[in-house]
Design a protein around this ligand. Structure first.
Ligand code: ZN
Length: 334
């Protein structure tokens, strides 16, 4: 299977994140991608597909914020990485404010995802890796892999969060639609619910979103991913959430994934995009499922047996010593 990654995706390296009431070391580190590249024995450089595919999903003001916020932060006399401290939760008033702290609140979901001067470049090439892997599938490959780091599924059209800036799965899904695919399905099997992907396609019936994840009653992102969220308008019924309790092992996870695959089969996609997170692994430092390395090959075989062309995009996974083996197990299942 072809795999895509650009070394410029390594440059984004925030120092810290705000988590459970205090600052901790940033978990989404460049070494994650280096471990995966090593396990794969290398990766192809992506082609630059330009910014249009990004702007087909993301708000132009938000993209400008990603590019310019670090300079505005520095101009305000601040040290360190850009992070907000006020969020417009009562009503998201999208008014034109210029102070960097107002912008950081308007375009952020949390304080766990600081921006550095290198974030835009890293996120841009993460998106290009997804678009290049999509191109491989469009050219006839049965499956292709995009080493998207930074990851994407928590990012909405106009907000970052959960270590995510550009929603690579959504960008690839929209690009597939724009290239002529009638129906696209996204299967999200990261430990966390992909709130951003769900949000982007919430009211659309042409992109089906199914997610197997930790119950948001106990785990990030808390406010999204509950079983009663099914989409609305044209998208009603095109969102499927299958939350599972902490300590879930393969049998229950595999059964939930089978439910998702059955729903996707009824939808009938031209292409399947898999948001893959290895933070479901039993030793992940920030998550609480109990999947073993060999389990990922089982899950991948179940997906592959459905017969759709598959684009796998990388999401989470924070146990760096096991990350390469877990990803290799998953890809081997195809
Ligand atoms: Zn995750």
């Amino acid at each position: 299977m072809r795999g895509f990654f650009d070394p410029r995706q390594l440059a984004h390296a925030p120092k810290r994140e705000f988590h459970n009431g205090g600052w901790t070391d940033y978990a989404e580190v460049p070494a994650r991608a280096e471990a995966i590249v090593a396990a794969l024995g290398g990766a192809e450089a992506p082609t630059d597909h330009g910014e249009a595919a990004i702007l087909a999903v993301h708000d132009a003001g938000y993209v400008d914020f990603l590019k310019t916020a670090p300079a505005k932060w520095a101009a305000a006399g601040r040290d360190g990485d850009v992070v907000g401290y006020v969020w417009p939760v009562v009503a998201r008033r999208k008014i034109d404010l210029t102070r960097i702290d107002a912008l950081a609140g308007r375009y952020s979901l949390d304080a766990a995802t600081p921006l550095t001067a290198d974030t835009w470049t890293a996120a841009y090439w993460s998106a290009q890796s997804a678009l290049s892997a999509l191109a491989a599938v469009q050219a006839g490959d049965r499956a292709a892999f995009a080493l998207c780091r930074p990851p994407g599924h928590h990012a909405g059209a106009d907000y970052l969060g959960g270590y995510c800036h550009l929603n690579t799965a959504a960008i690839a899904a929209q690009a597939a639609r724009d290239a002529g695919a009638t129906r696209v399905a996204i299967l999200d099997i990261d430990y966390h619910h992909g709130n951003g992907t769900q949000d982007i396609f919430w009211a659309r019936g042409d992109v089906f979103y199914a997610s197997v994840h930790a119950d948001p009653a106990t785990d990030y992102p808390f406010y999204w991913g509950h079983a009663d969220e099914i989409g609305e308008g044209l998208g009603e019924g095109a969102t499927l959430n299958l939350p599972l309790p902490q300590e879930t092992t393969l049998a229950a996870f595999r059964a939930a994934q089978a439910t998702a695959l059955d729903a996707i089969a009824r939808f009938g996609p031209d292409v399947l995009i898999v948001s893959f997170g290895a933070d479901t692994w039993e030793g992940d430092p920030i998550s609480h499922f109990r999947l073993a390395t060999a389990d990922y090959a089982v899950l991948a075989r179940d997906i592959a047996s459905a017969g759709w062309p598959v684009l796998v995009v990388m999401e989470g996974g924070y146990a760096i010593p096991a990350l390469g083996a877990n990803l290799a197990s998953f890809l081997a299942g195809f």
